[in-house]
Design a protein around this ligand. Structure first.
Ligand code: BDR
Ligand code: CA
Length: 312
């Protein structure tokens, strides 16, 4: 069975990535590493701890990762992130505080250790900036060829970005780290805005979680409804909100949800575009794949089955 590490900036949709990873029988969630992005890294870690406890998985360890991008020395949460994810990252909903705290080991060292231990069986799913993973690659370059599968949420190949006309938020947070990971990964699948913006959830579905009558069903519905309202108010989408991060987890264990385009990619240094790497266009060896189409009903059915199973 595959071993999964999530690298999250938790985050409303990151919260659902945790849920999907716990529910899928196809991988064991062996740890969550924390990133800055939707919120500060400490808060992102605390949100992950609280959600794991709420979802009956308090034993999954959470590691603190890098607090800011590899090219800056501090980080402030963007106003747009607060508007979409709430001041606390999880839609301003009170999630009961977990009794456990973060591990002593740093996120980067945990990634390195797990890569050596599980090698091809390790599935890394970053759904925030790629700062932790790039730092791990740089600290121990051997792991670049060990990790069997990196499936990330980030980037935009065939559609515009969501923070600039070209850049998606996770890539934008640390363009240099993203480029490093794209160039050095053994096998990388990009689940970007091309597919995540088409994979929408509405209040019709969150009502089904509410109807379960459980505390966790109510809390997850409250968290996601905040995000649906933000999408509506900010005019991002009036018909629901994107399941960015849980789609990446789904694809990591079952690529059949999407159509993959094999393409060596690069991230442009100035504007963080995820595009084909001109230098490697004729390379026989392709190690990047971009998801360019998604079977939404197929994915949504699986996603909802898992959520209902987990929340009841
Ligand atoms: C990505 O940015 C974050 O806000 C979300 O959690 C998602 O990972 C979407 O661009
Ligand atoms: Ca995220």
């Amino acid at each position: 069975k595959k071993k999964m590490i999530l690298d999250l900036d938790t985050g409303v949709d990151d919260a659902l990535a945790i849920a999907y990873a716990l529910a899928t029988p196809d991988a064991d969630l062996i740890g969550i590493v924390s990133s800055y992005g939707n919120t500060l890294v400490e808060n992102s870690a605390q949100n992950s701890l609280n959600l794991l406890a709420l979802l009956d998985a308090p034993e999954v360890p959470v590691f603190l990762g890098e607090a800011h991008s590899s090219t800056t020395d501090s980080f402030e949460t963007m106003a747009i992130s607060k508007a979409i994810h709430g001041e606390n990252g999880v839609g301003n909903v009170d999630v009961p505080k977990a009794s456990r705290s973060v591990e002593k080991q740093h996120a980067v060292d945990f990634i390195i250790e797990a890569a050596h231990q599980y090698q091809d069986d390790l599935v890394m799913v970053p759904t925030g900036p790629l700062t932790n993973l790039a730092a791990a690659f740089k600290k121990d370059p051997e792991i670049e060829q060990l990790i069997g599968n990196i499936t990330l949420m980030g980037g935009a190949l065939t559609v515009p970005g969501n923070v600039t006309p070209y850049t998606e938020a996770n890539i934008n947070q640390d363009v240099a780290a993203a480029d490093y990971v794209f160039k050095h990964a053994k096998h990388l699948v990009m689940v970007g805005l091309d597919v995540t913006l088409r994979t929408l959830l509405t209040k019709k579905e969150t009502q089904q979680w509410r109807d379960l009558g459980t505390e966790k069903g109510r809390i997850l519905a409250d968290i996601f409804d905040y995000y649906i309202d933000a999408y509506y108010d900010l005019d991002i989408n009036k018909n629901g909100a994107a399941l960015h991060d849980p789609l990446a987890v789904g694809v990591a264990v079952d690529p059949k949800f999407v159509t993959l385009l094999p393409l060596n990619m690069t991230v442009t240094p100035d504007d963080g575009r995820t595009i084909g790497d001109l230098d490697k266009l004729k390379d026989e060896h392709i190690n990047n794949y971009a998801a360019i189409d998604v079977d939404v009903p197929f994915y949504l059915e699986r996603f909802m089955n898992y959520m209902i199973m987990l929340l009841k």
